[in-house]
Design a protein around this ligand. Sequence first.
Ligand code: BGC
Length: 536
Amino acid sequence: MGGAVIITEVQSRHELYEGKTTVAVILIATVAACGGLLLGYDNGIMGGITANPDYQAKFFPNIAKHPADVNMFCKYDDHILSLVTSCLYLSAAAAALMGGWTSNKYGRKFTMVCAGVFFGIGTVLVAAAVNVEMLVAGRVVLGFGVGLATQATPLYLTEMAPHNIRGALNVMFQLAVTIGIFAAQGINFGTLNIPDYGWRLSFALGGVPALLLFCGSLLLPDTPNSLVARGKVEEGLAILQRIRGCEDVHSEFEDIQKAVETNRSSKSAYCTILGRRYWPQLSICILLPFFQQFSGINAVMFFSPQMFEAAGQESSEAMMSTVIMGSVNVASTLVAILLVDRLGRRFLFFQGGGQMLCCLAAVAALIHYSALSPNNEQLAATVIAFICIYVAGFAWSWGPLAWLVPSEIATIETRAAGTAIATCTNFLFTFLIGQCFLSMLCSMTWGVFLFFAGFVVLMTAFVGLFVPETKGVPVEEVDALIVTEHWFWSRVVKGAAGSDSSQESFESSQVSASAVASGKATRLSVLVEIDQENKL
Ligand code: BGC
């Protein structure tokens, strides 16, 4: 067969899908959101715990004994202290890749249950830690939970949700992350005054969403896609009928079966995305999360109490400011949910980037000035205000979009690999920033904020030049935009056409794109089926 490319015009296939948002979907979304809560909790918890005097006295007595006149920029510059925060992201990066495999082989549900188990064990280890080794081991185990949950829960949500709320649910995952961060910061503030075991309580409360995720995932069904892919076709159909709340789900079910077949017959998704044909997707899936981390957000999320102390606040004031910042993060993510489909991704990237750039420059200048005039409360308050405005800018742009855009930009053949690569990249650079920031703050002082500001300029330029607008474009048609319309990627991809086996999808994308360009294709859904036997 001549590489069977079947292009079918179906007045938006999605419109043929029956069903509504049922109670089952809401329950599913709630449990799956616990995956986001846990990631957020682990991101937000270490800053406050590190600032807790009992924790310091137990594990880092040298820091606790620092005299009052110590250089505040260097007070926390300790590699082991940073390692306790950052090691989690190294195991999370490995687990995100592993989760791609377990999700395919044993199902999304299985992967989420495993995440719950790792969270449970990790929580016990960190809460009961008697030495630094146990703390690090606990954080590494938590990292496995974070990686598996971050891989499996968004996938689970995407496959369970009705198509019309899929985008919103994707951003909901980010909302859950910010709520997790906020909860951790609030809990740290509350446990600060509990003598001796306050920090243990902070760690232990992370067990609550872990337990919810574990029990919830045990009770929830697996996704129809995962069941069909593992040969349980009838069960898959029954689950789809149950979650859509109606019998007639055949159009959607047919599409699920087709998508599963395409995936099954494709080369490994990882091999596919490495081919030149998919360099645009690969580059965007790597560079967006890379830049997201180099915006400096986790320097703020992990170490804001330390930064606020460096800016001149007392320990408890710094914790309070951190809680305020966490609430700004949650509120601004809500703004993203409202605006992302109205203003578009690129507008938010530019606006958020501009806001972050101005704030980072202002914070650098203010911290430089505050070092010259210490104990200036007004100055400290202004620094905190700018950091909150910076966090708001991040939360309605790079926060959700660095997760959303990679999943939109990847094609069906590359989506699993693309999102796993994006997640893994995100965690690797989260690790790097977590490990290096306190040393950078010590050696560069205010210059570290200019360092991040430089990256914000680069990443905004990257979006301007290389990231197409995906607002309102059906995911099946995004590839066509890249292949024929984009000034740079179209040339890159052209070099691949004919030179590899993806000629068929290149051609199909061209057909689709010309239809998009001529305005006929707003309701065109292109289903590409590649006869892989012929391809190989
Ligand atoms: C990032 C996390 C960060 C969080 C802050 C997420 O998008 O990936 O690393 O801690 O946003 O809200």
